[in-house]
Ligand binder design. Structure first.
Ligand code: ZN
Length: 185
């Protein structure tokens, strides 16, 4: 899986793509995009709490989990604004973008599980992307070593790759949005 920085950057990029006609950055909306892009990794925190780190990248990283997250968001939004379908599509889409990003990084998975259960519950198969793009983030394999195992040059290099891949796109899109729609501000 990519680092949280990679997921945050992908959330910013997706915000720009879906809100490209609005040069005013809506901070609250941007925050929602970023949080949903990171949230599937909450299974790492749950794994830490139940002392089973193998819990990470299981069913929380799947189509079923994305649909479930979208349903919850849709139900919350329909009460507030009557926007079930929009909320469902946005939240399940953002959630699933995290799963896809982890899939794109799965060629470098160094620990169980290898790959991502992309289509669970429709398929139990774990899919591994054939080409290495992002690097897997190394961490300790037990609760005691989880955090200390994160500080190494491999992970620093992994974050650099994420920055190099995402930042130019974000800066380019920012320029494009401002050039095209900035005068409306
Ligand atoms: Zn993940």
């Amino acid at each position: 899986m990519p680092s949280p920085i990679g997921h945050i950057l992908s959330g910013i990029l997706l915000y720009q793509i879906f809100n490209r006609h609005d040069a005013r950055y809506d901070v609250r909306k941007l925050f929602v995009y970023v949080i949903i892009s990171v949230i599937p990794d909450i299974d790492l925190a749950i794994g830490f709490l139940i002392n089973d780190l193998k819990f990470h990248q299981g069913v929380f990283h799947s189509l079923g989990a994305a649909i479930f997250a979208g349903l919850i968001a849709g139900i919350v939004l329909i009460r507030k604004k009557g926007l079930f379908f929009n909320g469902f599509l946005l939240f399940s889409g953002l959630f699933y973008s995290h799963v896809i990003l982890d899939y794109l990084a799965s060629a470098s998975d160094t620990g169980y599980p290898f790959g991502v259960a992309l289509f669970w519950p429709f398929s139990n198969e774990y899919y591994v992307f054939p080409v290495t793009i992002f690097l897997d983030i190394l961490r300790g394999t037990s609760n005691e070593t989880l955090f200390s195992g994160m500080f190494n040059f491999h992970n620093l290099w992994a974050v650099m790759i994420e920055l190099v891949l995402f930042l130019p796109l974000i800066i380019l899109l920012h320029h494009f949005i401002f050039q095209k729609f900035g005068e409306r501000l």
